[in-house]
Every structure is written in C-alpha cells, then in structure tokens.
Design a protein around this ligand. Structure first.
Ligand code: ADP
Ligand code: MG
Length: 227
C-alpha cells in the first residue's frame, strides 16, 4: 500500500526583486514527500535550498503555485492558519540551533508544547523522553551555551519534533559540526525519523549522509530534480 503524501509542492515560484532585476529562485518547483520518507536536498550554496525549505515550511509564501500539507492547500491561507499548521504539523531544524539562551535544554523542548496547550507535567515528561532518545538525557538542566555544538543540535532536533509533527524540515542541520559529530547527530536524527514515521526533507552538503537517505534531489533552474 502506498503511504499517504504529507507535503506536496506544485509549480512553486519564488523570486526576489533586486533593483531592476528579478532574481528567479524557484521556477515551477514540484516535489512531494510520503509518510516515512527521508529525502536529501543537495545543491550548491545560493541555489535556493533555504528558500525551498522555508516555502515548504510555510515560513514564506510562494509567489506562484501552491504548497499542500496533508492534501490541504496552504498558499492562500491567512497567516494565523499557516502558523497553526506550522505549529502542529511541521518541525524545523536550522544550521544554527536558535535555542532560547535563557532556558535550559529541557525547557526549550517544553515551551513549544505548552504554547500548543499541553500541561507542564506532560510536556516535561515528553521533553525528557526526547532528550533520552537523542542520548543527552543528562544535559536537560544545562543552558544552550553550556552545551557542545552537537548537543545543541540534538536539543534543536528534539524541540522540532516535540509536538509530534508529520513533517520535519532541516536546513543543513549538521553543517556547523565537525564530521564525526555530524555523523553522531545524524545517527540520532535518523533513528528518530525512522522510529516516528516522520517525513523528512534535509538539506545537506554531506554526501555520505545524503546517501543514507531514501532519495536525493537537487535544484536545477529553479526546479526540484532527482540526483
Ligand atoms: P541556499 O540555501 O541554497 O544557499 P538560498 O535559498 O538561501 O540558497 O538563496 C537563494 C538565492 O536567493 C541566493 O542567491 C540568495 O542571495 C537569494 N536570496 C535569498 N533571500 C533573499 C532575499 N530576502 N532578498 C534577495 N535575495 C535573496
Ligand atoms: Mg541555505
């Protein structure tokens, strides 16, 4: 049985106006991900990986075409509706962790759950579980500045999946780490994705990691093509 489609990009267009010039980044990009699929996005800097991820993650609106999450068209929804979908269905991991510096690792994972409406006890229990799963259960009380780069990214990944999203989007999540640490962080990320059945699109420059995913795509002339 084919798995359900989690996200679909249909003819997505994205451009930036630079003075007189129109800079075309996405030019009719089509792409879809099914439940449980883990796909690598591998393309040189400046080709539009972040633009694609931000558009897929409803952080930016397409200039043309549409993004469907769970079959639902999101291109023309209100900002509030898009925020709600992002909060419930999508987890995002950046190259830089963007953790709240004044909060502990644990609290960083508790907060988004409480924003969604969960009670503190339940949110804390899930946060602990996720930290254990990322193999940093003993780091929960530390602030981000007291953690290594690899540990910070593990917390960021745990936070991204705290609300049990359907979709994980990661923008060079190990790009800032040394190769060995990148490998370990990716191991944890992969285990989490495989175990939870998330669909994941992960931008990376690391071919070894890309080769461990189910498929690889790249960007060419503003379109998503198989690699
Ligand atoms: P990548 O993530 O693959 O490095 P990006 O999606 O960040 O690529 O950027 C794609 C192109 O769009 C780059 O040439 C970048 O300079 C340009 N770009 C990105 N954001 C903006 C913006 N806000 N205004 C103008 N140009 C932008
Ligand atoms: Mg980028």
């Amino acid at each position: 049985m084919t798995k359900p489609t989690i996200i679909e990009l249909k003819g997505v267009e994205r451009y930036y106006q630079q003075g007189e010039r129109k800079l075309v980044i996405l030019n009719g990009a089509d792409f879809s991900l099914r439940r449980g699929e883990m796909v690598a996005l591998v393309a040189p800097s400046g080709t539009g990986k972040s633009t694609l991820l931000h558009t897929a993650g409803l952080l930016e609106r397409p200039d043309g075409g549409d993004v469907l999450i769970g079959g639902k068209s999101c291109g023309k929804l209100s900002d509030d509706a898009r925020t709600a979908i992002r909060r419930n269905e999508i987890g995002f991991v950046y190259q830089f962790h963007h953790l709240l510096p004044e909060f502990s690792a644990l609290e960083n994972i508790v907060v988004p759950q409480m924003v969604k409406g969960l009670g503190r006890a339940e949110a804390t229990a899930r946060a602990s579980q996720l930290l254990d799963y990322m193999q940093i259960g003993n780091r929960g009380q530390h602030r981000p500045a007291e953690l290594s780069g690899g540990e910070q990214q593990r917390v960021a990944i745990a936070r991204a999946v705290a609300n049990a999203p359907q979709l994980l989007l990661a923008d060079e999540p190990t790009g800032n780490l040394d190769p060995k640490t990148a490998h370990y962080v990716f191991d944890a990320l992969e285990a989490l994705v495989r175990q939870s059945g998330l669909a994941a699109l992960i931008a990376t420059h690391n071919f070894e990691l890309a080769n461990r995913m189910d498929r690889r795509v790249t960007l060419a002339d503003g379109k998503v093509v198989p690699l």
